[in-house]
Structure formats: C-alpha cells, structure tokens
Design a protein around this ligand. Structure first.
Ligand code: ATP
Ligand code: MG
Length: 408
C-alpha cells in the first residue's frame, strides 16, 4: 500500500467537508479521489479537477450531502454522478459502478461497492487510481501506478473489447497519450487504428469535446501526426483528409484551440467550403463556426510580410479576431518561429481599428436626398477612405464635391 502526503489542494476545507459528509453516512473510506487528480499527483503535475468516487449509491450520496447542508445537483444521476457545490466549487461524485451492457456509445450501469469492478470499467490503467483524503493510494488493477510513473497509456484489459464498448476511447487514447504519454503504446494504438471506423457513430458533441481537449494539450503535434498517418483523423473530421505539416508548425505558435483547429483543417490554404461539413460533424457552436468562416474570409489578403497600412485595412475589413486567426495560419505556413510570431502579433495589437466617421446626416446637409443614392455615396466614400489609409481628407473632399454638385 502506498501512503503519500497529499498536496494542499486535496486537503482544503471544501474537500474535507465533502469527504466528511459522505463518510458520516457510509463510514470511513467510502469515498476516494479517482482518475485524473490521483494520476496527476503521482506524475507530479497540478491536478485539474477533483473527481470523487463513492460506495454510496446516488440516492445515498444526495441524502448524505443534504444532511450536511451541502448543495448538490444531479448532473449525471443516470450514470451515478451527483455534483456537490461547496462555496460555488463543483465536485463530481460518482457511485462505484460496473457497465453491464454497452452499445459502443453509452452504458447500462449497475452500482457496486467493489473498487476493483469500478476500476475495471475505466479506460486506461493510469486513470484507474484512487486515493483517500488521508493520503492512502489504491491501485485496484495493480498496473496503474507503474503506468502513471512510466507515462504509459494502455487500455485496461483487451483493447479491442474496450474500444467496442465506447469508441470515444479511441480519441481518449490519443488525447491522454499526448498529455501524459511518453510514447504511443503499440498494442493500444493498433486496436484504435483497426476500429477507427467506429468513430463515425459517435455524437458530434462528444467528438467535439474530446477533439478540443486534444488540441488544448501543450504539444499534441506528434500524436496528431500519427492520427493523420494512420487514417484515424478523417473519421474525426467527418471525412476531411488533412495534412500534418501546417498543424505541427501552428502548435509552436499558438495555444488557442480554435487557431489550432483552423491549422488542422486547413487544406492548401484555408478552404472555406469544407468548414460547414466539419462544423456540422463536430456540432460546433455558432460562434466557433462563424470564427472559422470569418478567418477564411480574411485569409486571402492576410499577409505576414506587409506594412502597417495593409494590416490596418485588414483589421477594418475583417475584424481583429478574424485577421489574427488568418495571420496565425499564414505564420505557420511560412514557418515563422514562435518569437517572430509573437513580435508580429504584438505589433498587430498596437494598431487601432479605425471607425468610419461619416454619418448620412452630413451627406444630407451637403445636399443629397435620402434614398438609395445616399447609401451608395456612403459606401463609395468609405471605400475611398479605406484605400487612402483612412485619411479624413478623403471624406472632406468628397463632401465638398457633393456640396458643389448640389449647389448648396
Ligand atoms: P482530465 O484531467 O482531462 O479531467 P480525467 O482522467 O479526469 O482527466 P475525465 O474525462 O474527467 O478524465 O474522466 C474521469 C475518469 O473517468 C477517467 O480518469 C476515467 O477513469 C473515467 N472515464 C471517463 N471517460 C471514460 C470512458 N469513455 N471510458 C472509460 N472510462 C472513462
Ligand atoms: Mg476529470
């Protein structure tokens, strides 16, 4: 048995409160940290969220939290998860379960008090570690600690069987290999590649969530390259065939997951026609789909090697986000170093986006009548003003001209 000193985040009052509430109902040891936070602690990393597992059933968990006056929400009660809220901070508490039946997408669950059965339904050995609040670490599969220490991501049990239960595990394999793996485990990789077509049946939402997590890993380039080489990636991107080179270059330049996604789905230059298909397959929210479309619109005239006037014009026409997204892709294509890109991006941020100062009321005062001509005149003057680097002289000259023509 391994006993360790827990980092302070894991013994905070909020955490102790949740443990105390559940142990009051189920006895000492009925609740443990599980998954990511234990794995990360063993690997010497800062844990993200603190997931808990308990021998109590979801009903018993709710009752125990209520008895201790801890707010809770049945966020995933059908799968055994109740979320406790302490001072606004969420803690997901999942009852020990085994998956009795699976159809590749969702499981029919039954609850258990057996930690080993709960461990066995989890995806990878290094994700099936538990720890109690006193610092006792539990490794029911007997392989999790060794794998965590070695940075090895391996399916628990027979890889193909485990993937057929839930094809999302293919993506999770690549994601955790990118974030926590030293190499790709060959048998697990082979099983993922053999069963890659199963990804097609996954919902866009689950796919999107995992893909974004993968793109958010510090350096997913090597793993993404393998996903492309092995033909897994087209199944994630709704049939789109992509190349790895621009993506690898983009990883060094940006940590923004949307910019990384843009670099991933970039064909030879940004092909806007493919975006709607990808957006639909991944059920991208409108604001993300719009960002892709706007980046594609800004891309043709976006240039790294250009002067301030051209950049200002791009900013005015396409907006800061779209131009910056398009330029980040150009920078990756051009092979800029991170330093060069940062310097360029900083100078871009120094440029103000002008606001067109002319109102139609001024044109009316100069003698134009309200109507289609007024709109046409406004647009013509605006285009002229943009073309002359936003010079107000252009506007004044145009107004003089109108006044002369209309004899006011
Ligand atoms: P992260 O740091 O990304 O949150 P995590 O390990 O906590 O990593 P989650 O997606 O939050 O990952 O899942 C929590 C735990 O639940 C995992 O560690 C794993 O044990 C289990 N798990 C999650 N999804 C699956 C799945 N599809 N199949 C099997 N086990 C899973
Ligand atoms: Mg987690």
């Amino acid at each position: 048995m391994l006993h360790i000193t827990l980092p302070p985040e894991m013994t905070r009052p909020a955490v102790r409160q949740v443990f105390a509430a559940l142990e009051a109902a189920g006895g000492a040891g009925c609740v443990r940290f599980v998954g990511g936070c234990v794995r990360d602690m063993i690997m010497g990393r800062a844990p993200g969220d603190f997931d808990l597992s308990t021998q109590l059933t979801p009903d018993e968990t709710e009752a125990a939290l209520s008895a201790a006056s801890i707010r809770h929400v049945p966020t995933g009660k059908a799968f055994g998860t109740i979320t406790a809220l302490v001072g606004g901070e969420p803690f997901e508490i999942t009852s020990l379960r085994e998956d009795v039946e699976t159809d590749g997408r969702r499981a029919v669950v039954s609850y258990t008090t057996d930690w080993t059965r709960d461990a066995q339904r989890r995806d990878f050995y290094l994700n099936a570690l538990y720890a109690d609040v006193r610092g006792e670490v539990f490794d029911p599969t007997g392989q999790g600690l060794a794998d965590a220490r070695a940075g090895r991501v391996r399916f628990i049990g027979d890889a193909e069987t485990r993937i057929r239960e839930d094809y999302l595990r293919i993506l999770r394999f690549f994601r955790f290999s990118a974030s926590h793996g030293s190499t790709l485990d060959e048998p697990s990789l082979n099983a993922c590649v053999a069963l890659k077509a199963g990804i097609d049946g996954l919902s866009g939402e689950r796919l999107q969530q995992e893909l974004f997590k993968l793109l958010g890993v510090a350096d997913p380039a090597a793993v993404v390259r393998r996903m492309i080489e092995t033909g897994v990636m087209p199944h994630v991107l709704g049939g789109l065939h992509v190349k790895a080179s621009v993506f690898s270059a983009a990883i060094a330049l940006t940590t923004d997951v949307i910019q990384r996604l843009i670099a991933l789905i970039d064909g030879d230059g940004l092909v806007a026609e493919t975006f709607p298909d990808v957006a639909q397959r991944l059920r991208l929210p409108n604001r993300v789909a719009d960002r892709l479309t706007q980046a594609a619109a800004a891309y043709p005239e976006a240039r790294i090697a250009t002067g301030e006037a051209t950049l200002r014009r791009g900013l005015y026409r396409h907006g800061r986000q779209a131009l910056s997204d398009a330029l980040s892709l150009r920078a990756a294509e051009a092979g800029l170093t991170a330093k060069e890109w940062q310097r360029f991006d900083a100078s871009l941020r120094m440029i103000d986006v002008p606001i067109f100062p002319l109102k139609s009321s001024r044109l009316i005062a100069a003698g134009l009548k309200a109507g289609p001509e007024l709109g046409q005149a406004l647009r013509r003057i605006e285009a002229d003003w943009v073309a002359h680097d936003f010079s107000s002289i252009v506007i004044e000259a145009a107004i003089d001209d109108i006044a002369k023509r209309t004899n006011i």
